[in-house]
Design a protein around this ligand. Structure first.
Ligand code: PAF
Length: 281
C-alpha cells in the first residue's frame, strides 16, 4: 500500500489503474480511523478493484473555536489499519496541497445544510461539500463511501452529486457501535472515563426513540420530548438538538413517516457527539 501526498501522484496512479480497466473506490476520512471507517473501507474493497482512502483533516469544515488543532491524528496506525483491510493507496495531503493561499471557490448547499448540525456549525457543510468535490475531482472514483453516523452529511453529499451531475455512486454504510451502544467516532477519544460512561445517554435515547416509533408512535413531538427527558437525566449532557426530520430534505416534520431521520447532537463535557436512527418502511 502506498501513502501519496500530492494531487499529481494520486492522479497518475488512478490513470494507470484506469488504463488497465480497473474500478476505483474512494473512502474520504479525516483519519484516526476506527471500525466505523473500517466498515467503509471493507465495503469499498469488496465493490472495487482498487481503493483510495483519503486522510485529511479538512480545515474549511471547522468553524472558529472548533477542534481543528486538537483533532486526533495517528498516521502510522491509520496506514497499518488501511493496509490490513486491503486498501491500495492513502491520499494524505498537506493543507497547502489542497488549498492554495488565495483559494476562493466553495461548494455551498442551501436548505439541507441549514438544519441540525448546520444551525450551530454554519460553515461546516460548505467545507465538507468543497473538500469532497475536490477529492472526487482528484480521484475520479466510481464509488465513494460515507457513514450513516453523519446522516446529514450523507444526505448532503447525495444531493450535491445529484444536483451537480457528478459521475459517481455514493454508498452509505450503517452506523458501527461499541458493544455498549456508543456510536464509534474519532471524537470519543476526547472523553474522560466518566464522560465515556455519560456518553451512553446518546445511544440510549436513540434506542428509546426507535422503540417508540416501532410501537407505533407517529408524533415527532412526543418522540423528541421523551428523548429530551432521557438525555436530561444525565448531568454531564448538554443538548444541542433533538430533531425528527425528513430523511431526504433534512427539514423538520410533525408526523413520523418513512423516510425520516431521528437525530441528536449532545455535548458531553466539551465534546460534541452525534447519533441518529433512520425510520424506513
Ligand atoms: O466525515 C468526515 O470524516 C469528513 O467530513 C469528510 C467526509 C472526510 C470530509 O472531510
Amino acid at each position: 500500500m502506498k501513502v501519496l501526498g500530492t494531487v499529481k501522484e494520486v492522479r497518475d496512479q488512478v490513470k494507470r489503474w484506469r488504463a488497465r480497466g480497473l474500478s476505483v473506490g474512494l473512502v474520504p476520512t479525516m483519519g484516526f480511523l476506527h471500525e466505523g471507517h473500517g466498515s467503509l473501507i471493507s465495503k469499498a474493497v469488496e465493490q472495487n478493484d482498487r481503493v483510495v482512502v483519503s486522510v485529511f483533516v479538512n480545515p474549511t469544515q471547522f468553524g472558529p473555536g472548533e477542534d481543528l488543532e486538537a483533532y486526533p491524528r495517528d498516521m502510522d496506525r491509520d496506514s497499518a489499519y488501511c493496509e490490513s483491510l486491503g486498501a491500495n493507496v492513502i491520499f494524505h495531503p498537506e493543507p497547502s496541497e489542497m488549498y492554495d493561499p488565495d483559494f476562493t471557490t466553495y461548494v455551498n448547499m442551501e436548505v439541507l445544510s441549514e438544519t441540525l448540525c448546520g444551525v450551530t456549525r454554519p460553515i461546516h457543510f460548505r467545507g465538507v461539500c468543497t473538500v469532497c468535490t475536490k477529492l472526487f475531482n482528484i480521484v475520479k472514483p466510481d464509488r465513494a463511501y460515507f457513514g450513516q453516523k453523519d446522516a446529514q452529511q450523507l444526505a448532503i453529499i447525495r444531493r450535491m452529486v445529484r444536483d451537480l451531475n457528478m459521475d459517481l455512486e455514493i454508498v452509505g454504510c450503517p452506523i458501527v457501535r461499541e458493544e455498549d451502544g456508543l456510536a464509534k467516532s474519532s471524537r470519543n477519544e476526547y472523553l474522560s472515563p466518566e464522560e465515556r460512561q455519560a456518553a451512553l445517554i446518546l445511544s440510549q435515547s436513540i434506542f428509546l426513540g426507535e422503540k417508540m416509533i416501532a410501537e407505533g408512535e407517529k408524533s415527532a413531538e412526543a418522540v423528541k420530548k421523551a428523548m429530551t427527558e432521557k438525555i436530561n437525566t444525565e448531568p454531564l449532557a448538554e443538548i444541542d438538538y433533538v430533531e425528527v426530520v425528513d430523511g431526504v430534505s433534512m427539514q423538520p416534520i410533525d408526523e413520523i413517516k418513512a423516510p425520516a431521520l431521528v437525530a441528536i447532537a449532545v455535548k458531553i463535557g466539551r465534546t460534541r457527539l452525534i447519533d441518529n436512527t433512520i425510520v424506513s418502511d
